[in-house]
Design a protein around this ligand. Structure first.
Ligand code: IMP
Length: 182
């Protein structure tokens, strides 16, 4: 079986491929721009995106909307994570966190899966901390400044190790459970 991963981010595709390897599902990187509605709700972004993709005649796919929510910044960048990454980047986030003691943060990943005409939407969370400095060269986005346990950052982990504990890995595990019931 083949599932399209609709994203502009090859890093996400690599994580999905590793996570679905054991089920023998092949991931196809599929580039199809769709509107990311401005809302404070990741699930709403995913559901609206799925409606638009299906209206374009594309089926059997996964979309993923992810945000990094920092406790001391009242959830910023959250649903603005893509914009914040493009503008202030990890350097800007570290600057905002300069001298801040409470480093708690969480990634939330919402996956929408369209398969055989059915829709599943699941969420996975990973709590951790914003590090004092960027570390590691693997991964993408906020990976160099997020550590799930205060030791290694996601950018210092292999895809397998990140998937074992990450927001996306957790969301995929929920998705696989749901797929077993349909
Ligand atoms: P989106 O889900 O592609 O809209 O991602 C929003 C922002 O979060 C982008 O800047 C991504 O690079 C970043 N991002 C998404 N998933 C991850 C992740 O697993 N690790 C680090 N950054 C991520």
């Amino acid at each position: 079986m083949k599932l399209k991963v609709i994203t502009s981010n090859p890093g996400k595709v690599a994580e999905y491929q590793k996570a679905f390897d054991e089920l023998g599902i092949e991931m196809e990187h599929y580039r199809l721009p769709y509107d990311e509605v401005q809302t404070s709700d990741l699930e709403e972004v995913v559901n609206k995106g799925m409606d638009e993709i299906i209206a374009k005649g594309v089926r059997d796919f996964i979309v993923d909307d992810t945000g990094l929510f920092i406790d001391s910044l009242k959830g910023f960048p959250g649903v603005w994570s893509a914009y914040a990454q493009k503008t202030i980047g990890n350097k800007g986030i570290l600057k905002l966190m300069d001298g801040v003691e409470d480093r708690g943060a969480e990634f939330r990943c919402c996956i929408g899966c369209d398969l055989d005409g059915k829709r599943l939407v699941v969420v996975g969370v990973c709590r951790g901390v914003i590090t004092e400095e960027a570390k590691g060269t693997d991964g993408f986005g906020y990976d160099p400044i997020f550590s799930p346990d205060g030791k290694l950052t996601f950018a210092e982990m292999s895809v397998e190790d990140k998937n074992r504990i990450s927001h996306r890995g957790n969301a995929v595990r929920h998705l696989i459970e749901e797929l077993k019931t349909i």
